[in-house]
Design a binder for this molecule. Structure first.
Ligand code: PBG
Length: 307
């Protein structure tokens, strides 16, 4: 009765990976319990998760190397894996809330979130690609668009484009304060999306910076974001709290792949109690002010809540 905070399946978004093929799933070696699913199995898995009480799913595609190019053209191919699968999910499970990822990296032969030219990211040219991608996702049925690329002015650009094309009701969950973090390692393995050269430090944030998160939040707020996200979560609880104290918009925390992997690995070794560590970590994000948590623990949490 006197607990100040609690975590419920209503708060959670389940990030899931998809791959080409049929009736197959491959476990991500650095993320025990997390799989890349072929579209048919992904739909069944989402259906099962909905029975467990989850409602929202953030989807990421593993794109074949042969389809990657410097301009990420596959990202708006409506016959491609990602958009086709989203359409199929929305027609079979219209109540599933689908969040899409807007960034070039899964489709880019350079493995960067923006267009690379002579070792530099072209911010404004990238916006055009992101716009085509977001529009194609909205047309496929996406409910929430998640720009994870960290280009400047992409929220305003995407909002205007979606509004102009009749998608006023598609929300934008901006990756507002996304840090250049070591904790994304297992995710990049899952999608084979690591940068081929260089790093993401010219567009993702310096882990040393806190005030900069307020600047990013101010821009996203002004440009029309519906949610402000902080990523990663555990090493950035102060940033979650800072945005929570300064904005009325719902704050989302992305409990990223490396944070999941750490708890899983220590728990497999018998060094910590994995279930308790999971619950405690999720609770810390709520305590810091997160309304929404994207977490690979979502299904496990939901299973335990259904006991
Ligand atoms: C890239 C993207 C990343 C994640 C989500 N979208 C990784 C990156 O910036 O390389 C990471 C998620 C995770 O680690 O769980 N657009």
């Amino acid at each position: 009765m006197v607990r100040e905070h609690q975590v419920s399946t209503n708060d959670l978004i389940y990030p899931m990976f998809m791959q080409e093929g049929k009736n197959e799933r491959s476990e991500i070696s650095s993320m025990p319990g997390i799989f890349r699913y072929t579209p048919d199995l992904l739909i069944r898995e989402i259906e099962l998760c909905m029975k467990l009480g989850l409602k929202t799913f953030a989807l990421f595609p593993k794109v074949e190397d042969s389809l990657k190019d410097p301009l990420a053209k596959e990202s708006y191919n409506e016959k491609g894996l990602y958009l086709k699968t989203i359409k199929a999910i929305k027609s079979e499970l219209p109540e599933a809330c689908i969040m899409t990822d807007v960034a070039m990296d899964p489709y880019s032969s350079d493995g960067h979130d923006g267009i690379l030219k002579n070792g530099k990211i072209l911010n404004d040219a990238t916006l055009e690609v992101l716009g085509k991608m977001a529009l194609a996702q909205a047309e496929a049925g996406a409910d929430i668009i998640g720009p994870s690329d960290m280009m400047d002015f992409r929220v305003g650009y995407l909002r205007e484009m979606l509004d102009n094309q009749g998608f006023e009701d598609v929300s934008i969950m901006s990756y507002t304060a996304k840090y250049a973090s070591a904790f994304y390692g297992p995710f990049r393995n899952a999608l084979d999306s690591a940068p081929k050269a260089g790093d993401k430090k010219t567009y993702q944030m310096d882990p040393a910076n806190q005030a900069e998160a307020l600047i990013e939040a101010e821009l996203d707020f002004a440009e029309g974001a519906d949610f402000l996200m902080v990523k990663p979560a555990l090493a950035y609880l102060d940033v979650i709290k800072l945005l929570y104290d300064n904005y009325e918009l719902p704050i989302a925390a992305y409990n990223v792949s490396g944070e999941y992997a750490m708890i899983k690995a220590a728990s497999e070794k018998g060094w910590i109690d994995g279930e308790r560590a999971m619950a405690e970590a999720l609770l810390s994000m709520k305590r810091a002010g997160a309304k929404v948590i994207l977490t690979y623990f979502a299904k496990e949490f939901a299973v335990l809540s259904n006991y």
